[in-house]
Write a protein that binds this ligand. Structure first.
Ligand SMILES: Cc1cc2nc3c(=O)[nH]c(=O)nc-3n(C[C@H](O)[C@H](O)[C@H](O)COP(=O)(O)OP(=O)(O)OC[C@H]3O[C@@H](n4cnc5c(N)ncnc54)[C@H](O)[C@@H]3O)c2cc1C
Length: 387
């Protein structure tokens, strides 16, 4: 295993200080490695997750070459040539486990933002004290955006949140964590080749969830009640003004509709599987309150806004992969983790083989399948060489 930093590097280097997992401890697992602590319904901090992953690395005892950055991978006649900052290697098979969130995804109009504003991505942001005093524009209302909007607002800075497409989820439903429903009802287990529009499923924003000891819901209603100002999706910059889309109402209506459909699915599953006695009675949540007159632009030079946090998503970095397996948009071409090049595999990408593949717990099943495929590939090659 080659790792440019230390084991669990992304959780050591690329997360903000207060971050806790949004998946509860009982769902945080790696193959044969589980949380056995006293708080199964709690949510690990990044530091706790680093210990959890490091403990796993010790148990499996696979040689990890840390502080070794892969700078290039090139195909050869019988596998791959891997160039690293600590020497070269050759291999017959290669598993890309370099992560789905290496780089922040920021809109191109970022370059038109006046230089007087401090701009951060979630990879640079650590705590509110890093920001200048004054207004903060948080762009994006998925898991990262709502968590950072909440934290920055609590620091006393006025926050405006630009809201595009988002996935609304309550923390708990009928007395159970919403991810209990996702896991137990089998929704998270849905296979990639059974999903109608897999490209869309893989591109969906992360759910509006936060892991806190209080297990509280953090959605747009909670944020706007606390004083966070909601505006539409940030669409462009013109004459030093941020222009927001007029589609906020539609985005909100769609997210509410989808959440209610999901709750209907949970209810139907509860009835059909006779699990009703494990949960409380069905109910529905208050619809998201739409601002009566959402602001459509914001003067970025007025001094009202002093900083911007781009919580607009992440993307993988394959700049070192010199194998022709990327599509026009730079995404890896693969079929459930089997990449379109002999002996090349990927793990740790959104909805790789199942919906749950986007999360830590998904690696368990994905690895089992891919290792089987990889071993069969090596056996076939071995057989061909002997024959
Ligand atoms: C802000 C945030 C919050 C998240 N919260 C949750 C959560 O609550 N629950 C959950 O289940 N999932 C969560 N996720 C998703 C989570 O990151 C993944 O489930 C998990 O970390 C994926 O592990 P991974 O090993 O595949 O990728 P990563 O953790 O990204 O690890 C990839 C590793 O590859 C190394 N690497 C990359 N490029 C190179 C190179 N060229 N050479 C050498 N090494 C390289 C990196 O240093 C890194 O250590 C979150 C993601 C983000 C961004």
């Amino acid at each position: 295993m080659l790792e440019r930093g230390q084991v669990a590097n992304s959780w050591r280097r690329e997360r903000w200080d207060s971050l806790r997992l949004l998946t509860p401890n009982w769902l945080t697992r790696l193959p044969g490695h589980r949380y056995y602590g006293a708080d199964p319904d709690g949510f690990m901090t990044s530091a706790e997750l680093v210990r959890f992953v490091s403990g796993f690395a010790e148990i499996i005892d696979v040689p990890v070459r840390t502080e070794t950055t892969v700078t290039s991978v090139q195909p050869t006649d019988d596998g791959y040539h891997v160039f690293t900052t600590a020497g070269d290697l050759r291999c017959r098979c290669l598993v890309l486990a370099s992560g789905a969130c290496n780089l922040p995804s920021v809109p191109a109009f970022r370059s038109a933002v006046p230089h007087s504003l401090e701009c951060l991505t979630p990879m640079d942001y650590r705590r509110p004290a890093q920001l200048p005093e004054g207004g903060v524009l948080v762009v994006g209302a998925s898991a990262t955006g709502i968590q950072l909007a909440d934290e920055v607002h609590r620091s006393g800075r006025p926050v405006t949140l630009a809201v595009g497409e988002h996935v609304r989820l309550p923390r708990t439903y009928r007395g159970r964590d919403v991810l209990w429903w996702m896991e137990t009802s089998g929704i998270w287990n849905e296979r990639y080749d059974e999903i109608d529009d897999i490209t869309r499923a893989r591109g969906l924003p992360s759910p509006q969830l936060v892991g806190t000891p209080a297990r509280s819901t953090l959605d747009l209603n909670v944020l706007s009640a606390a004083g966070v100002k909601l505006v539409g999706r940030w669409a462009a910059v013109r004459d030093d003004k941020a222009l927001f889309s007029g589609g906020l109402r539609n985005h909100i209506a769609l997210a509410d509709l989808k959440m209610n459909r999901l709750l209907d699915t949970f209810d139907a599953w509860g009835r059909e599987s006779n699990r009703e006695d494990e949960v409380e009675a069905p109910h529905r949540f208050e619809p998201t309150r739409v601002p009566t007159s959402a602001q459509l632009d914001l003067d970025l030079t007025s001094g009202e806004t002093r900083s911007i946090i781009w919580a607009t998503g992440f993307r993988p970095d394959y700049s070192w992969l010199d194998v022709p397996v990327l599509d026009r948009k730079g995404a890896l071409r693969h079929d459930g983790g089997v990449v379109e090049a002999p002996g090349l595999y990927a793990i740790g990408l959104p909805v790789l083989r199942r919906r749950k593949s986007s999360f830590i717990l998904g690696a368990e099943d994905d690895a089992a399948y891919l290792i089987g495929h990889l071993a069969a590939y090596l056996d076939r090659r071995q057989g061909a060489a002997i024959g």
